[in-house]
Write a protein that binds this ligand. Structure first.
Ligand code: ZN
Length: 251
């Protein structure tokens, strides 16, 4: 839709002009206009503030849990998970794998329409720990461009490195306006141990303010979805509530 694209670029350019105090990022390849659009918006996000500290907790402690789901969207498990979260009125963070975003842009739109928060999880789920900052930056921009091709102007406040292999990525992500997002509890659902076991690991492992790492893509995550459906009402009954990760580390 050329009209939309033109309007998007115009707005992005205006924004960049208004934010002239922020150094304009070097333009990516000239033909990659979507990435350039993202760069302008990312600069705006930087002005709002992100830093390179890795967030692993909710803003407030107490009986709060932050649920995060990586490696989707997945055509089977993401829609099921969205139904579970909607039923229980839980908002979560989805750390999106760029290639899966390109395959299933409709699911990204559904995630956003349901009020969840987006997180950049790189284009191809590469290990970033040995990559130079320029290559990391190019990857993160392409991933944001893929997300915004599905959802124009999508807000992407977080970034999570695949495998937790951070390397230089926290600083690059912060430069692009995304807060690095870690976790306090991982229940190894990437190697599905059975739904009962997942429920047990979450129930026994959760601590006040913990960000919990779970998966809705990258393999069969049906056990994760089933475990979430069971654990959410149990945690609520125990006085827990669900919250987003803090926008930045607490001092
Ligand atoms: Zn991942």
């Amino acid at each position: 839709m050329p009209d939309t694209r033109t309007r998007t670029r115009t707005l992005a350019g205006l924004l960049a002009t208004l934010l002239a105090v922020v150094p304009a990022p070097a333009p990516a390849a000239a033909q990659d206009s979507a990435a350039n659009d993202s760069a302008a918006r990312d600069s705006a996000a930087t002005a709002a503030g992100a830093d390179s500290g890795i967030v692993d907790s909710t803003r407030h402690g107490g009986r709060a849990v932050g649920l995060t789901f990586d490696d989707g969207p997945d055509p089977e498990d993401t829609p099921r998970l969205l139904r579970v979260l909607r039923t229980h009125h839980v908002k979560a963070v989805f750390c999106l794998w760029g290639e899966h975003v390109r395959q299933h842009p409709d699911l990204v739109r559904r995630i956003v329409a349901d009020g969840h928060t987006l997180c950049n999880h790189t284009m191809r789920h590469d290990d970033l720990s040995t990559l130079p900052p320029d290559e990391i930056r190019a990857d993160l921009r392409r991933t944001n461009a893929a997300i915004r091709a599905a959802v124009p102007h999508a807000r992407i406040p977080y970034f999570r490195a695949p495998y937790g292999a951070w390397g230089d990525s926290p600083r690059v992500a912060a430069d692009l306006g995304m807060q690095p997002l870690g976790w306090r509890l991982a229940v190894e659902d990437w190697n599905p141990p059975g739904t009962d076991e997942l429920v047990r690991r979450i129930r026994e492992g959760v601590t006040p303010g913990a960000v919990v790492l779970l998966h809705d893509g990258g393999g069969d995550r049906s056990q994760t979805v089933d475990a979430v459906a069971r654990i959410v009402p149990r945690l609520r009954a125990g006085g827990w509530h669900f919250a987003l990760p803090a926008p930045r580390p607490r001092p």
